[in-house]
Design a protein around this ligand. Structure first.
Ligand code: NAP
Length: 217
């Protein structure tokens, strides 16, 4: 599959590297591929199969788009990518709407009556947005076996066909089908995004980011 990962941070790098390892054709979207951070340039040096393009070029290339841009800049990045280039594509939204402008802990820039994923869906009605993977640290997204036993990843969005595409990719990452929990339509993004303040507190209390939800019934 041709995959465009938008975002050059640890999440974008981790997802791009894994997708390329799995044999997918991967590009990473960034604002200006001629002006890369030293850290991201090093990543590209060590991952020759992954190329950097601007947001528009990346989305034009990808059949599947993964949004791993900071929440505060997601809509800006997607505008740069271009609605016409995004049209009809499946977009996995991994971003969290964290607002660090007032210091730590961050607040949510959107919550309760909407969510970042809903804002994306509203701004780009022809994109099939699926929220997933935002509830865990990057390394765990692509290697659930880093934690023992069963633990869960959530998906939600309006398109059943898009969910099938995302479920298949998650299984390639190592997620058991029974541990992929479909929470319903795009409005379920509110819950998984509002989990972030709790995730941050658990991280602080436990002293590790390598943690996840295990649902016990
Ligand atoms: N860190 C984790 O483990 C984790 C876990 C779950 C979810 N998330 C979420 O995943 C997303 C990515 O996190 P991250 O830590 O990897 O990266 P990040 O630092 O949050 O975001 C990096 C990306 O944001 C882009 N960006 C910054 N300012 C911009 C602007 N004004 N316009 C357009 N794009 C702009 C950067 O573009 P350039 O490439 O051009 O610099 C870069 O690609 C975030 O939404 C985060 O909340 C993170």
């Amino acid at each position: 599959m041709k995959i465009a990962v938008l975002g050059t941070g640890s999440v974008g790098q981790t997802l791009a590297a894994k997708c390329a390892d799995l044999g997918h054709h991967v590009v990473i979207g960034t604002r200006d591929p001629e002006r890369l951070s030293d850290e991201f340039a090093l990543f590209l040096d060590s991952h020759s199969a992954v190329k950097a393009l601007n947001f528009s070029g990346a989305v034009s290339f990808g059949d599947l788009v993964i949004n791993a841009v900071s929440g505060a800049h997601t809509l800006e990045a997607l505008q740069l990518a271009g609605a016409e280039n995004l049209s009809d594509k499946v977009l996995i939204d991994v971003a969290n709407p964290l607002d660090f402008s007032k210091g730590m802990p961050p607040t949510l820039s959107v919550c309760n009556e909407s969510s970042l994923a809903e804002e994306i869906q509203l701004a780009f009605p022809n994109v099939r947005v699926i929220k997933s993977l935002n509830t865990m640290t990057a390394s765990l997204m692509v290697k659930p076996s880093l934690l023992d036993g069963d633990h869960q990843v959530f998906i939600n969005g309006n398109s059943a066909a898009a969910k099938e595409v995302v479920q298949a990719l998650l299984q390639e990452f190592g997620w058991k089908a029974s541990n992929i929990v479909d929470l319903g339509d795009i409005t379920a993004s509110r819950g998984v995004e509002m989990y972030l303040p709790l995730w941050l507190r658990i991280y602080g209390a436990m002293g590790t980011a390598l943690l996840n939800v295990r649902i016990v019934r």
